[in-house]
Every structure is written in structure tokens, then in C-alpha cells.
Design a protein around this ligand. Structure first.
Ligand code: F6P
Length: 354
């Protein structure tokens, strides 16, 4: 069997660990040839497909390295028009690809689902620091990102204490608040604002004022998709033709401008940005990514195309890509993490009855 491997969407720590596990498992099987596709689906969209054979040596020594040796793109859209789709189809046929292992987020899974119409079989591996892929309770990369944000919050805290400031730290996460919530809890944030809970400005002001009286500093962890009740999302940019054209970012600055006139303390904002996606994967993510890659190879060898690897109740399994394409897993308001955060006095920005 000739198997393509590609990484699509934003990069994330642990991608190389998946590439390594998929390739080694398939090579060990003995009847598979593995081709690495460059820069996500972009590598299949050019007149000359950009691919390279992946052998044992090629994927050795990369387990612990962040990013992806194959390159990625979060704007390539093979479904953008008929001509592009036809080019992808010609390339798939010319390469003799039996199946492609696509490692990506919900956008990549939607593209993989769409490509079944031109006869490209796919097996999916969920990847994202946002942890927002449906049917998968933990995607690799998330643990590393939580560790990075948590450490940043710790660093911000010492300077916040010294200057008696309100410090706002903005995290990634798009429309899901997992990263802000888990990092905020781990990093002892006083206020955590999530995309799932529109904030009431007066409630946030009151929470800061109370801390001004006692602790004299406040740490606010805010997800980039959070917004004040009735306001719209803070959009950083729009990328034409991208499967996910809207890029969020900057709500931390919006919040600073809203809070400053009402507080005595100075308010400062740090947008962590891509530092959250970079760096080497944690041991947890290396193991999870390896499990995912190994299982993807099993799905390929069993001919179970059209499926994505999952982690549910701690066990590796799979679901139909059709069931996860175009869906996102956000933080349920009934989550025990939400209840616990409230019970230990973390302000979540909403005005509660009483
Ligand atoms: O999907 C992962 C993610 O990191 C989001 O949290 C974030 O909004 C987006 O990627 C940023 O993408 P870009 O690399 O285009 O700025």
C-alpha cells in the first residue's frame, strides 16, 4: 500500500511524534510505502506534487521536536474551486496514493471529508492546542500549551505583585475555552474569561476592585474568543480562501481599555500568541501522539478509511470523520471544572443570581 502523511492547520507540539509512529508502524508491517506530503494539502495542490519518501532514518530522532518536519498550512484549501480539486485528483492518481493519514484539526477533517468525492481515502489524527475536536477528550499538543500558559501566568504573577497591577493574559483557543480554563486554574488566575461565558463588565470590575483592597494585584486569563455580553468577537484578520478564514486575537487589549477607567491599579495586557504553539512536546503529549500515530497505522492496515483516531474515557478508538467534520467541542457549562472554579472563588465574569 502507498500511504501519504500530511500535517494540516496550525502546527502543534507532538506532530513529529505522530509522523514517526505512523511511519515506523507502517514500515514494520512490511507492505507499506510511506510518502510525506509537504505543507498540508498545499503539497497536493501544485502542478508538481511536493512529496518525499519517509523511511526509518527520516523519522528517527524527531520524537521530542516541536513543529512538523513536513511543514503545514492553515490556509490551503483543496476544495476552493473545481480546477484545484481536479489538480489534487490528478496528483493523487499520479502518486498512486491508496490512502492519506491527515493529522489536523476540525478544518483539516472537514477537508479530508470533502476529498472522499475525488476518491482520496483518508484516516484522521486529531491535533490542536485548542482541544476542541469533537469526540476526542484530549488532543496532543494541549498539555504542552497548558504548561506554557501556566508558566507564563506564574511569571506574570510576580511582576503583578511587585507593581500592584491588574494583568490580563490572553490565550489562544478560538471558540473553545479549554486552554484558558485549564491554564487559568493551573496558573492560579483570579478571573478566567471564556468564549462559552459572555462576561459582564461590571462583574469583572467588581472582582478587580475587591482584590485592589486586599491582595493589591489581579491576574485575568482570557481566551481569545471571549467577549462582553452583547459585543462581537475581536477579529485579528481574515484570510481569503482559508477553510477557517477568521483569526481571532486582541480581546485582552479591548478588556484593558474597558477596565482601566474604573480601577486605581494600572492594567496591562500580554497576548501570548504563537509562543503557546511552539516548543517541544511534554512527555504526556509524546506518549499520546505516539498512541494516536500507532492507531492511525492500524486503521490504515485494517482498511478502515474515513475514520479519525479518538481518545474517549482514556481509551484510544475511532469515529467516522463525517461525524467530526465541521463540529467543535466547547467547554460545557455543566463541566466539573467550571463548578470547581466557581467554588474556589475564581470569577468567571458572569453575573450570578444574588
Ligand atoms: O487552531 C489553533 C490556533 O492556535 C487557534 O487557537 C488560533 O486562533 C489560531 O490557531 C491561530 O492561527 P494562526 O497561526 O493563523 O495565527
Amino acid at each position: 500500500m502507498r500511504v501519504g502523511v500530511l500535517t494540516g492547520g496550525g502546527d502543534c507540539p507532538g506532530l513529529n511524534a505522530v509522523i514517526r509512529a505512523v511511519t515506523k508502524s507502517l514500515i514494520n508491517h512490511g507492505q507499506c510505502e510511506v510518502l510525506g506530503i509537504a505543507d498540508g494539502f498545499e503539497g497536493l495542490m501544485d502542478a508538481q506534487p511536493r512529496v518525499k519518501p519517509l523511511d526509518w532514518d527520516e523519522v528517527s530522532g524527531i520524537l521530542h521536536i516541536g513543529g512538523t518536519i513536513l511543514g503545514t498550512s492553515n490556509s490551503a484549501n483543496p476544495l476552493r474551486d473545481e480546477a484545484t480539486l481536479a489538480q489534487v485528483q490528478r496528483n493523487v492518481q499520479a502518486l498512486g496514493l491508496d490512502v492519506a493519514v491527515v493529522i489536523g484539526g476540525d478544518g483539516t477533517m472537514s477537508l479530508a471529508h470533502g476529498l472522499r468525492n475525488i476518491g482520496l481515502h483518508c484516516v484522521g489524527v486529531p491535533k490542536t492546542i485548542d482541544n476542541d475536536i469533537a469526540s476526542c477528550e484530549r488532543s496532543f499538543g494541549f498539555d504542552t500549551a497548558v504548561a506554557t500558559v501556566t508558566e507564563s501566568l506564574r511569571r506574570i504573577e510576580s511582576t503583578a505583585m511587585s507593581h500592584h497591577r491588574v494583568m490580563i493574559v490572553e490565550t489562544m483557543g478560538r471558540h473553545a475555552g479549554w486552554l484558558a480554563l485549564e491554564s487559568g486554574i493551573a496558573g492560579a488566575a483570579d478571573i478566567i474569561l471564556l468564549p462559552e461565558i459572555d462576561y459582564d463588565l461590571q462583574t469583572v470590575i467588581e472582582a478587580c476592585r475587591q482584590r485592589e483592597q486586599r491582595q493589591r494585584y489581579t491576574i485575568i486569563c482570557i481566551g481569545e474568543g471571549a467577549k462582553e455580553s452583547g459585543a462581537s468577537l475581536t477579529v485579528r484578520e481574515r484570510i481569503e480562501h482559508s477553510p477557517d478564514p477568521v483569526r481571532l486575537g486582541g480581546v485582552g487589549h479591548v478588556l484593558r481599555a474597558q477596565l482601566q477607567p474604573h480601577l486605581q491599579s494600572e492594567v496591562r495586557t500580554t497576548v501570548l500568541g504563537h509562543v503557546q504553539r511552539g516548543g517541544d512536546p511534554t512527555p504526556f503529549d509524546r506518549v499520546l501522539a505516539t498512541r494516536f500515530g500507532h492507531h492511525a497505522a492500524q486503521l490504515v492496515m485494517e482498511g478502515r478509511f474515513g475514520h479519525m483516531v479518538t481518545l474517549q474515557d482514556g481509551r484510544i478508538g475511532s469515529v467516522a470523520i463525517a461525524d467530526v467534520a465541521n463540529t467543535q467541542r466547547t467547554v460545557p457549562l455543566t463541566s466539573d471544572l467550571i463548578t470547581m472554579a466557581r467554588d474556589i472563588g475564581i470569577c468567571l465574569g458572569d453575573r450570578l443570581p444574588g
